[in-house]
Design a protein around this ligand. Sequence first.
Ligand code: ADE
Length: 249
Amino acid sequence: MTTAILSALPEEQAGLLAHLQQPRRVEHAGRAFWWGSLHGQPVVLALSGIGKVAAATTATALIERFGVARIVFTGVAGGVGEGVRVGDVVVAHDYVQHDMDVSPLFERWQVPGYPGVRLPCDAGLSAHLFRAVSACLAGDGASFYENSDGTPPRLHRGLMASGDRFVTCAQVSRALREPLVAAGHDVLAVEMEGAAVAQVCLDYGVPFAAMRTISDRADDDAHVDFPVFIQTVASRYADHIVRHLLESL
Ligand code: ADE
């Protein structure tokens, strides 16, 4: 049972690659895939690429070409939910594509051909991932990021939104979140790939789970917070959480 570990950015993948045993690089669809063994489990490591289409291509290749049995996504996101702060971690319960709109033919945000607005993650794999994040935050992870008020990072579970836009403005963030919340979809974080991978995994019946560390608040400071966080914190989270997860599978 090979597990695919998808990362959004090279900085997030670097720590995983450093620990990969018997690494073998395979180039496919213009992407690098890394076969190997990580913490005793067969894995393929890949970069999702940026945006929904790139991530869908990578997920499809992982399933069709590499025959992976499950896909786990680790990355960063902008926090939009109340109380979701930089340094916190969100495990996705489900996903919405915030830039999908075929209304009035379909409900706003619904991808035609799928039962509802929300694309669910796999419950069992997500529960494993949730426990892995909890274990990380209860251990070394507690010190990876310290809020200005000295409180440790918190773990959330809920809805994430993906779309082909890096959100760097509080007004755009509100315009994205408020209609979703009003329709009963209380979105916690925004990123650019997860919903596409969730959709591909639903098509193929492959279990999918995702966790995102909050690198910014998707507001006017996002372009400053994001690169600093990527360099200093995100890779350490990914490394530790994936270790806890693979040891528990
Ligand atoms: N990933 C991390 N921060 C983000 C943001 N503000 N918008 C979209 N994707 C992100």
